[in-house]
Design a binder for this molecule. Structure first.
Ligand code: PLP
Length: 452
């Protein structure tokens, strides 16, 4: 920090303050974690300066032998850890990994057949007419993914994201009674809509997904099955999700982030069958700029960590902790979407406390508990205010908190939410954003949170 302080002291101060915040508060954001010092240090060095467009051994720049080493290592660890045919470790984030995957599927399923029928090897060899036809058919494809308020992700074909502009999209929700995926409803939607890509995977679904059934559905309608395991990659790596709950043997293509439950550097990754590998490897320059060698090196370190036996215990503890948190909240009267959890996250419907997700998120933050508001299925408060908060255990598990502490965390959350009331607006209505927390409760809770 002293070196940074000589140049821009305000950045040094912000880093110090961030470290203090992360140390003193309870980090329950389901997509966050604490990467190891080895991972963090691998990102802070001169690898960051190197340009390396291309793939291992086939670069558009000279002097890439060390980048080749770390990229090949990261890919090898990823293949071995997940049992995948091929791994592409260049994506800079989860959204980039998804873009690489979409374009790889489009290249395989739409562009390659078009080139073949025109007798061309490369898009530059196509006539103007054939090129125009190909562009139209690339823009004419369909995607079926999980609804946002059921726990799906924006990149799965929703309008505010580029995926929703690239594809005609439809979504499958969850059963209104159970809150769980209804596979027969997914099958019916797929039969009717005939998507090119069926996406499974989520950001806020607290249960397991049966990827064997998803693959059956994809095969039945001629779709490519893509699984976005950004949230639960650590549980797959740690062999908590096996058999039909492990997406790798069933999906044609799997994307992930590396910084959530996998506990690596901020970044993305694509795993795929051999048939898709050549298309995936064109991610740069198709949708990515030059790779980030320092981050690929850190991915290699994180994946090596995830291959150590201790990571299996870690993954197991994440799920045990999520279960304990869910039970603790449920016992105190908290309303949980689907009634509990099978994975690393819990979705608490805070309308039971008379609050919006936004009020709950803010009140908990005042009390040193960092969460994020999240829509619940058929949420009457929409995506901005919401009616839920999402709670995840990967970060607290990294800090060594266990089942007994989770009960205490549940108690802190429940007591803050019980002690919070919505403010009344000037028109006499309950505000969706403003709130008051009982006198002294936030400060008392923040002290208890810092001690955990
Ligand atoms: N996919 C899923 C399922 C996610 O939950 C997220 C992020 O929360 C992403 C993709 C995007 O990841 P990133 O923020 O690294 O772009």
């Amino acid at each position: 920090l002293d070196v940074i302080r000589t140049v821009e002291p305000r950045v040094a101060d912000a880093i110090g303050s961030e470290i203090a915040d992360q140390r003193d508060s309870l980090k329950l954001i389901a997509s966050e974690n604490y990467a190891s010092p080895a991972v963090l240090l691998t990102m802070g060095n001169w690898f960051s300066d190197k340009y390396a467009e291309g793939t291992v051994g086939r670069r558009f720049y000279a002097g890439c032998r060390n980048v080749d080493t770390v990229e090949a290592l990261a890919a090898e660890h990823a293949r071995e850890l997940f049992g995948a045919d091929h791994a592409y470790v260049q994506p800079h984030s989860g959204i980039d990994a998804n873009l690489v995957a979409f374009w790889a599927v489009l290249a395989q399923r739409v562009e390659s057949p078009a080139l073949q029928s025109a007798g061309a090897k490369h898009v530059n060899d196509l006539s103007e007419d054939d090129w125009a036809r190909l562009r139209r058919s690339l823009g004419d494809q369909r995607m079926l993914g999980m609804a946002l308020d059921a726990g799906g992700h924006l990149t799965h074909g929703f309008r505010p994201n580029i995926s929703g502009k690239m594809f005609e999209q439809r979504s499958y929700g969850t059963d209104p009674e159970t809150g769980r995926i209804d596979y027969e409803a997914v099958r019916a939607a797929a039969r009717e809509f005939r998507p090119l890509i069926l996406i499974a995977g989520y950001s806020a679904y607290p249960r397991l997904v049966n990827f064997r059934v998803m693959r059956e559905i994809a095969d039945e309608v001629g779709a490519t099955l893509m699984v976005d395991m950004a949230h639960f990659a650590g549980l797959v790596a740690g062999k908590v999700l096996t058999g039909e709950y492990d997406p790798v043997p069933y999906a044609n293509i799997v994307t992930t982030t590396t910084h959530k439950s996998l506990r690596g550097p901020r970044g993305g990754m694509v795993l795929c069958d051999n048939e898709l590998a050549e298309h995936v490897d064109r991610g740069c320059p198709m949708v990515l700029g030059g790779p980030l060698p320092h981050v690929m090196a850190a991915k290699a370190v994180a994946l090596a960590e995830a291959r150590q036996p201790g990571f299996r215990d870690y993954a197991q503890h994440i799920v045990e902790n999520a279960n304990a948190l869910a039970e603790g909240l449920g016992r105190r009267g908290g309303r949980l979407v689907t009634g509990g959890t099978d994975n690393h996250l819990v979705l608490l419907d805070v309308s039971g406390y008379g609050l919006t997700g936004r009020q709950a998120e803010s009140a908990l933050l005042d009390a040193g508990i960092v969460t994020n508001r999240n829509a619940v299925p058929q949420d009457p408060n929409g995506a901005w205010y919401t009616s839920g908060v999402r709670l995840g255990t990967p970060a607290l598990t990294t800090r060594g908190l266990g089942v007994p502490e989770m009960d205490e965390v549940a108690d802190l959350i429940d007591s803050v939410l019980r002690g919070t009331t919505p403010s009344v607006t000037s028109s006499g209505k309950a505000s969706k954003a403003q709130y008051t927390v009982e006198d002294g409760l936030a400060a008392r809770t923040a002290e208890r949170a810092a001690d955990l």
